[in-house]
Every structure is written in structure tokens, then in C-alpha cells.
Ligand binder design. Structure first.
Ligand SMILES: *[C@@H]1O[C@H](CO)[C@@H](O)[C@H](O)[C@H]1NC(C)=O
Length: 340
């Protein structure tokens, strides 16, 4: 926690940074097709990639013991999970499987898997929501094992940072809190007609509802998030980078906002040009981020981007944040695991 609070004041880095808007034109980052660099492609799919998860727990990171040095940072890929589907013209999806991408090899581990969520603690827990209930990742067999007795048709899943609390959004649009090793299921009747859910690192539940408004559910109950433009088109609620203590990125009309648990919101310096929006987002690890676009998974190494001139706009932006980014990488308790 100490590390995280150090960084609350910092501008967020990476493609989905959440710096309060600066009003300076050259601090804006506008994502164009050029951001999708062929060299960054980690996987090419047959179908649309509709969900992406880069776990920031012990599956990919180890605790920093003070003897370790910067050299522990590795460029090697993280273990990521993704979901493929055929997206129909009406927006509905035909399941095409949930995959794990490990050491460059993609393996389908659930035919009807639809979403994944991981803990942000020292465990290796990754859970999957599927058409027929919940599953948990088995790192030994690199496969999915059934988790608990739940058989609901799940369309989205979110996880609290620690412990075993999972939130599931079912096909009939109810949100349940699942506890006790998947045995106990409690309906959250104050979460009405959600169609996207995200839980931040202080366990606030953000959801987007059919009434075209985002809400946050905290210990104080549910409130609407204010200060946003009217929503007419599609929106995306995104799992936050790990050092955003609370709050969640939210895209409206190609512009990135951050929603906060106190019901306020802020616009950031990031936006997408039309048709350049990723189809799935995984900015959790901050320094190594994954995005899906046009059936491909791209990996962005933020430290490498600072020194490269591949993306001039982004490079300029990141350079201004370079001091913070470097201390983030040095002080981070989240050191990349050295190759086993
Ligand atoms: C709500 O939280 C945000 C982020 O922590 C903060 O910047 C803002 O001042 C808060 N607003 C109110 C009204 O407390």
C-alpha cells in the first residue's frame, strides 16, 4: 500500500493515462492507426478479441525483496488471458473461447468462457466466467478447473484485489457477489440492469447501466457518477492500472475519462480517432500494457516507448512523465518475475 499511495498524485502513464486534462495541446495523446505497430503484435486471432486480462498477481510478478535490483525488470511477456467471439451486427456475441497466452503460445481453455478477472495480491488466482458458471485457472496444468457449484450463464466477472470475493454479471443482468470458495452467492439488488462492471483496487464496484449512466457502488451505497457528457453511443468501462488506488477509466465518444468512487469524474488527455479504439483493454500492469485491435493482441512496453521514437506524440507525453515512470519502475513492488 505504501507504494500505491506514493503514486496517487502522479499522472497515470501509458496509453490509458488518467492525468487530469492540462489544456495544453501538446500534452494530448490522440491514438491513431499508427499506434498499432506490427512489431508489437503478440497474437493474431481468427475472431474478434472481446476481453483481455493481464493479471498483476504472483502469476506474473513477485514481491520486491530489497536485495533485488532494477535488472530484475524483464521484457518477457506476461501471462495474459483473452476471449474471442464473433461480434454480430446487433452487438451480440457468439462465443469462440477463452484462451491463455503463455510464453507466446495460445491455448483455448474454455469453449464458452466469456470474461476473466484476477486478484491483485500475492496469490495466483484468476477466475473465469462462462456460459455454465465459474472456473479458476490451474497454473500447473495451464487449464481451467470448475470453481464452486454456480451454473449461471455469466457475461462479465470482476474480482476484489485480495481474498476470494468475485462479482458476476449474469446473462439475465443480475450482479451477484460470490464468496466462500464459490459456494455462496448474494444478489446485489442495488445494482440495476448493469451491462458492464469493473472493481477498483479499493473494492468499489463501477457499473454502466441500461439507462446509459455509470454508477459506483461503495460502502455508502450506489451513486450516479456526475460530470460526464450525455451518452448516446457505445462506452467502455476499463479495469484500472494498478497504481490508480481508486477509480476506473471510462471511454465515451472516443475520449477517456476517469470515474471516482465519490461520484465525480475527470476527462484525461487521451482520446482515440474514429475506428482506432481497441476491442479489449489490459492496462493493469501499467509498464507493460496489452490491447486488442482488429483481431490482434498488441503489447506496449512503456519504458521502451519513452526511448524509442516510434510514436512521437506518445513519446513526447511519456517523456514529460519520465521521472515518475522511472520511479514507478524502480520502486514498484511489482517486479517482473525472472524467467523460471
Ligand atoms: C472526488 O475524488 C477525486 C479523486 O480522488 C478528487 O479529485 C475530488 O476532489 C473529489 N471530489 C469531491 C467533491 O470530494
Amino acid at each position: 500500500m505504501k507504494l500505491l499511495t506514493c503514486f496517487t498524485a502522479f499522472a497515470l502513464v501509458g496509453l490509458l493515462a488518467a492525468a487530469p486534462t492540462s489544456n495544453e495541446e501538446d500534452d494530448k495523446v490522440v491514438v491513431t492507426k499508427e499506434f498499432y505497430i506490427e512489431d508489437f503484435v503478440k497474437y493474431k486471432a481468427e475472431h474478434d478479441i472481446v476481453n483481455l486480462l493481464a493479471p498483476i498477481n504472483s502469476l506474473n510478478f513477485e514481491e520486491d525483496d530489497s536485495s533485488s535490483s532494477e535488472s530484475k525488470e524483464k521484457d518477457s511477456d506476461m501471462i495474459v488471458f483473452f476471449v474471442e467471439a464473433d461480434v454480430q451486427p446487433d452487438g451480440s456475441r457468439v462465443d469462440q473461447g477463452l484462451y491463455v497466452l503463455k510464453e507466446g503460445v495460445a491455448k483455448k481453455i474454455l469453449n464458452n468462457g466469456r470474461d476473466a478477472a484476477a486478484s491483485g495480491d500475492d496469490s495466483k488466482l484468476v477466475f473465469f466466467g462462462a456460459k455454465d458458471g465459474l472456473y479458476v485457472y490451474n497454473p500447473t496444468t495451464n487449464a481451467a478447473d470448475k470453481y464452486g457449484p454456480i451454473t449461471d450463464s455469466i457475461i462479465a466477472i470482476a474480482k476484489e484485489k485480495d481474498g476470494d470475493v468475485i462479482y458476476i454479471l449474469t446473462e439475465d443482468r443480475q450482479v451477484y457477489k460470490v464468496t466462500d470458495n464459490g459456494e455462496k452467492k448474494e444478489l446485489l439488488d442495488d445494482v440495476v440492469k448493469a451491462n458492464q462492471i469493473v472493481v477498483d483496487y479499493e473494492n468499489n464496484l463501477f457499473f454502466y447501466s441500461d439507462d446509459k449512466k455509470p454508477y459506483v457502488r461503495t460502502d455508502d451505497g450506489v451513486k450516479k457518477v456526475e460530470g460526464l457528457p450525455e451518452i448516446t453511443g457505445g462506452v467502455v468501462l476499463i479495469r484500472p492500472p494498478f497504481f490508480l488506488d481508486n477509480g476506473a477509466p471510462f471511454i465515451i465518444d472516443n475520449k477517456v475519462y476517469v470515474l471516482y468512487p465519490n461520484g465525480s469524474s475527470e476527462v484525461t488527455d487521451f482520446e482515440f480517432t474514429p475506428n482506432t479504439m481497441p476491442t479489449a483493454f489490459a492496462p493493469e500492469a501499467a509498464l507493460l500494457q496489452y490491447y486488442a485491435y482488429d483481431k490482434k493482441i498488441y503489447e506496449y512496453n512503456v519504458l521502451a516507448l519513452i526511448v524509442s521514437s516510434l510514436l512521437e506524440d506518445l513519446g513526447n507525453y511519456l517523456n514529460k512523465q519520465a521521472v515518475e515512470i522511472r520511479s514507478l519502475s524502480k520502486n514498484s513492488k511489482l517486479k517482473r518475475k525472472t524467467q523460471a
